[in-house]
Design a protein around this ligand. Structure first.
Ligand code: DC
Length: 229
């Protein structure tokens, strides 16, 4: 069967990775969580006290960073490794979430991540989620999805997810972090978050996971049938 590239961009906590994982599993495609790369870089910077306002320091630090994805045989989803260490869970901490948008706005950091992301798409059959995947990483992708949902619904979802790991977290903290990240991600100079002109919008405020999966699958099937390669 013909393989295509599917990009999923959108606001924080709209369920991009949940949908992307389900689609990749159903299609036998590779799933790449590009946000995990920016989170892993942030973790490295925090752990190694990298001053990210110093361009030379950032460039030097990036040379020390190796990011890989490996499939977890139990969950069958890919997990991110930073210099050989599985950091899939630690990068979801609020400490990382508080700094990641600032670090992801640095042009050298983006160039580093985007170069690796493009290589991953060489053989198609890939679903990548993030903020600039349809606009910058794969501008010629066959299907570009832009996800959105009401902000109260997004805060509620993220709070539930984070509360399971950290019962001390408050809904106000989660809301403030989400609003801050959305603001920085959409207002930065380098590759700001915005829908690609040829993207399709998926608002899942009132959709079940099953319904959104079906909608996306229909779009994918149509694109596969229309694809030449
Ligand atoms: O998808 P996420 O919440 O794990 O992403 C973490 C941060 O990384 C997000 O606030 C913005 C940044 N990001 C980005 O700038 N570009 C991407 N392609 C993916 C994520």
């Amino acid at each position: 069967m013909k393989k295509i590239i599917v990009t999923i961009d959108g606001w924080s906590s709209t369920g991009k990775s949940t949908l992307a994982k389900q689609l990749a599993k159903a299609l036998g495609y590779i799933y790449v969580d590009s946000g995990a790369m920016y989170r892993a870089i942030t973790l490295y910077f925090l752990r190694n006290h990298v001053d990210w306002t110093d361009r030379q320091g950032v460039k030097k630090a990036l040379k020390q960073i190796n990011i890989e994805f490996q499939k977890n045989p139990k969950t069958e989803t890919s997990e991110v490794y930073l210099n050989g260490e599985n950091v899939e869970y630690v990068i979801r901490d609020l400490v990382v979430a508080e700094k990641v948008s600032e670090i992801a706005a640095i042009r050298d950091v983006r160039d580093f991540a985007v170069a690796q992301q493009r290589k991953m798409g060489d053989h198609k059959g890939i679903i990548m989620d993030g903020r600039d995947i349809g606009t910058v990483v794969f501008p010629r992708a066959e299907l570009k999805i832009f996800m959105t949902a009401d902000s109260s619904v997004r805060v509620e979802r993220r709070f539930k997810e984070m509360f399971e790991k950290n019962p001390n977290i408050t809904i106000e903290e989660v809301k403030a972090n989400l609003e801050m990240r959305d603001f920085i991600d959409s207002h930065r100079e380098a590759s700001p978050l915005r829908p690609a002109k040829d993207s399709v919008c998926l608002d899942n405020t009132n959709l079940t996971q099953r319904q959104q999966f079906q909608k996306a699958m229909d779009w994918i099937q149509k694109k596969i049938s229309a694809s030449k390669y």
